[in-house]
Design a protein. Structure first.
Length: 232
């Protein structure tokens, strides 16, 4: 959906819970959200009270230009892959001359980062070019832990826990879910976000509420990477 909604339930294999706070991560004023200054700091997502960990980073050199072309030309692929096979699978699924280089290097790096954090060897990778609203209603994902990185365009929008009326989720009524539009938060292009869903152990009823950003003209097409743990 920019966040892809209501996928099948997954049971991730989290690293030991209750990890001590990382000095490179800090709460951003929301008790369930951690702002991270390094990739390693994303391990803070293992703490039971954290539902969202965001590594704020600029896009690596060369990625922006490749992402702009990919988004404009509708490049998309959905793969079942692994950290060791991700590069070859992407090259087989997409035009090599357009994916090879900084963009491919960054995606493979995020695959390895995610696999290490979750402790998995199999995962689902989605690289989507999006020109419409995608999932425009606020929702939770029925997954364990999801990685999102917007390479081009507006980032995923999310809501603080205290701003959500969870009983209104699933009705297709954003106003019922959120009474104050000023509480909507947004990820930025380049941010690497880990979102806990309903399938994370002990997180039922606490999945992060989020949606795709509204496709308000003249908004440029988006390029979004989504990684999920694959238990099969």
């Amino acid at each position: 959906m920019s966040s892809l909604s209501q996928s099948q339930s997954q049971s991730p294999v989290p690293s030991p819970a209750g990890a001590s706070p990382c000095p490179s991560a800090s709460l951003d004023g929301q008790a369930h959200v951690a702002e991270c200054r390094t990739a390693d700091a994303l391990s803070v997502i293992r703490r039971p009270e954290i539902n969202l960990a965001v590594w704020r980073r600029p896009l690596p050199a060369g990625v922006s230009a490749q992402s702009a072309w990919a988004a404009a030309h509708g490049l998309s692929c959905h793969l079942a892959t692994s950290p060791d096979e991700a590069a070859a699978d992407l090259l087989a699924a997409l035009p090599p001359r357009r994916i090879e280089g900084p963009l491919l290097t960054d995606i493979v790096g995020l695959v390895r980062l995610y696999a290490d954090l979750v402790g998995c060897t199999a995962l689902r990778l989605r690289l989507d070019s999006l020109s419409g609203d995608g999932c425009r209603f606020f929702h939770v994902d029925y997954v364990g832990l999801r990685l999102l990185c917007t390479y081009r365009g507006a980032g995923t929008q999310w809501l603080p826990d205290g701003a959500v009326t969870r009983s209104a989720l699933g009705r297709g009524d954003n106003e019922a879910v959120l009474s104050d539009p000023g509480r909507v938060q947004s990820l930025r292009a380049g941010d690497v976000a880990l979102l806990k869903g309903e399938g994370w152990p002990g997180n039922r009823g606490r999945g992060l509420v989020h949606r795709s950003p509204p496709a308000t003209p003249p908004r440029a097409p988006r390029l979004l990477l989504c990684l999920d743990h694959d238990e099969h």
